[in-house]
Design a binder for this molecule. Structure first.
Ligand code: PBG
Length: 336
């Protein structure tokens, strides 16, 4: 074949591993990983979540073990979810100073003072109906008529303050009520927690990819869905408006959730706001990948590392993933 006379041959820089490494633009590092963990008041031994291979509901002590193990693998932060033994209509266990989350945070702080503890602030795991806020019923049929925004915000603020009081390093409201970031900032400040940052689940979509999480957190809505508070998956411009509000109200970091199907949103949010931006590789994304890998259809390590790199390329600073411990271990091996 004759020489094509090409000036540009992008393949020149792909010819060897050394050249490829030299021009690699984005890197996932252990320091960018956040591991979600579930602590349950209802169990006496860790229980694997059926729809999430490798993920467990933990007892307080097994959670601490798992957190220490992830920390020593290089994971700098965890995101804590609690499953209470008792649920009610006012989510009282969410803001009980001796609730499962608050107790676990205190114990974790002692066991691993340098591990960053982020607490998920939401009511769904604590409400008997599984919604993320206070519900109002229609008179006749006792169907849930709506989720009351402002009443919910009040309880969310109490919850965030109780987490900060227990020692949480960062609070992360995931409820998607309007005005909760501003209200939470004021509540935290009034209680003396001016220096507790808020990681806002700023653009959180009403996604079908949360299915396995609701098994893990026992938080599925008993009736209806979350579409009146979480965003329509079809909307990108609205995500920017949501993030703008949270930034104005005092969010220190912003999150886009889910992750891979919403990389365009991650990119737009990072470009527009230049905030510390977090992508949540959610339960359904994790489980799909694990299921395909278990069948031998895809390579688990290669796909997970590619996924993490894609988040960085899209502009995410940090990635929340159930595979954080494993990814950190792989990154150490590959570097070492
Ligand atoms: C609670 C909450 C959810 C997730 C994080 N916090 C579930 C939901 O909104 O129904 C989902 C996380 C995941 O799927 O991994 N509001």
């Amino acid at each position: 074949m004759a020489d094509l006379g090409l000036i540009h041959r992008p393949r020149r820089l792909r010819a060897s591993a050394q050249l490829r490494t030299l021009v690699r633009e984005n890197h996932i590092r252990k320091e960018h990983l956040i591991l979600p963990l579930f602590v349950s008041e209802k169990i006496s031994a860790p229980a694997e979540v059926k729809s999430m291979p490798g993920v467990h509901q933990h007892t307080e002590s097994s959670l601490i073990e798992e957190a220490l193990c992830a920390h020593s693998a290089g994971v700098p932060a965890i995101l804590l979810f609690g499953i209470p033994a008792h649920k009610d209509a006012s989510a009282s266990q969410a803001y009980d100073p001796n609730g499962i989350v608050q107790r676990t945070v205190r114990a974790l702080k002692k066991a691993a003072p340098k591990l960053v503890i982020i607490t998920d602030v939401c009511l769904c795991e604590f409400m008997h109906h599984g919604h993320c806020g206070v519900t109002r019923f229609d008179g006749e049929r006792h169907h849930i008529a709506h989720v009351d925004n402002d009443a919910s915000v009040e309880l969310l603020c109490k919850t965030a303050v109780s987490h900060a009081a227990a020692g949480a390093d960062i609070v992360a409201p995931s409820d998607m009520m309007d005005g909760r970031i501003g209200a939470m900032r004021r509540s935290l400040d009034l209680a003396g927690f001016q220096n507790t940052p808020i990681l806002s689940y700023a653009a959180k979509f009403a996604s079908a990819f949360y299915g396995p999480f609701r098994d893990a957190a026992e938080s599925a809505p008993q009736a209806g869905d979350r579409k009146s508070y979480q965003m329509d998956p079809a909307n990108g411009a609205e995500a920017l408006r949501e993030v703008a509000l949270d930034v104005q109200e005092g969010a220190d970091m912003v999150m886009v959730k889910p992750g891979l199907p919403y990389l365009d949103v991650v990119w737009r949010v990072k470009e527009r706001f230049q905030m510390p931006t977090v992508a949540y590789h959610v339960s359904g994304e994790y489980s799909m990948l694990m299921a395909a890998a278990a069948n031998g259809w895809i390579d688990r390590k290669a796909c997970l590392l590619e996924t993490m790199t894609a988040f960085k390329r899209a502009g995410a600073d940090l990635v929340i993933t159930y595979a954080a411990k494993q990814v950190a271990a792989w990154l150490s091996e590959d570097q070492g």
